[in-house]
Design a protein around this ligand. Structure first.
Ligand code: DGL
Length: 261
């Protein structure tokens, strides 16, 4: 099965994209809700959590692991890949590659948590491919709690999104990477506020398509993955709000199983 982890339930946006791109593949998900948010924590702490989460998924039989969390992808991919002998996917590289293909002016904006923006990982990876690209980032720390509260269409949310995007809008970016698991849920508002000419890159879709391409080339590994549409969802802390949000995100009834990491 495919193992996926995130700091919470935001990574279900990646599960949804995987369900669409890799129809029927068994998926095991871990949302580390007890220790979330990761976006405000130090790289050392996030690395430790990422190692523990990966170990848990492998102990449950995952054969590949997708780090759905942008913050963990930013700071912990290397250490996870060094410590475990299975393919590890992260959400940064696929979004970077897609943004470079999409952007006409090579003028790219990124929004993410404070930890992701501070890591400068998106800039580094974009500049590795195109040193001439202009890259602008903005951390948007209020968006995660707004999404988790289900404030997807509130006027306050629209106002905050507008304020956050202002500095990217004046730079006249033509492509915007949603560098956080939660932001695809605000896609419509973000598109309206940044302007319809700006292409939005959803890292959940980008990583799902990368995993699909990888498995098409690695059929031995693909054969080892169950394909009976079995979906298992673990969280390190269960709350009613999470169960509600998870059910509405995936549009199916979700039972969150509790696990102590
Ligand atoms: N999953 C995190 C990310 O994509 C957002 C939530 C958090 O801060 O833990 O960066």
């Amino acid at each position: 099965m495919i193992g996926i982890f995130d700091s919470g339930i935001g990574g279900l946006t990646v599960v949804k994209a995987l369900m669409e791109h890799l129809y029927g593949y068994d998926i095991i998900y871990l949302g580390d809700t007890a220790r979330s948010p990761y976006g405000t924590k130090s790289p050392e702490t996030v690395k430790k959590y990422a190692l523990e989460n990966t170990e848990f998924l492998l102990s449950k039989g995952a054969k590949i692991v997708v780090i759905a969390c942008n913050t963990a992808s930013s700071v912990a991919t290397e250490i996870v890949a060094e410590n475990f002998d299975v393919p590890i996917f992260e959400v940064i590289t696929p979004a970077v590659e897609l943004s470079i293909k999409t952007s006409h002016k090579q003028c790219i904006g990124i929004i993410g948590t404070r930890a992701t923006v501070k890591s400068c990982i998106y800039e580094k990876k974009i500049k590795e491919i195109n040193p001439q690209a202009r890259v602008y980032s903005k951390s948007c720390p209020l968006l995660v709690p707004l999404v988790e509260e289900g404030w997807l269409n509130k006027p306050e949310t629209k106002m905050i999104v507008k304020k956050y995007l202002h500095s990217l809008k004046v730079r006249q970016i033509d492509t915007l990477i949603l560098g956080c698991t939660h932001y695809p849920l605000l896609n419509d508002i973000i598109q309206k506020k940044i302007g319809k000419r700006v292409s939005i890159i959803d890292s959940s879709i980008a990583v799902a398509s990368n995993v699909k391409t990888f498995l098409e080339k690695h059929w031995e590994l693909d054969d080892m993955l169950g394909k009976k549409s079995r979906y298992t969802f673990f969280v390190s802390d269960v709350t009613e709000q999470f169960e509600k949000t998870a059910t509405s995100m995936l549009k199916r009834n979700i039972n969150l199983e509790h696990v102590k990491i």
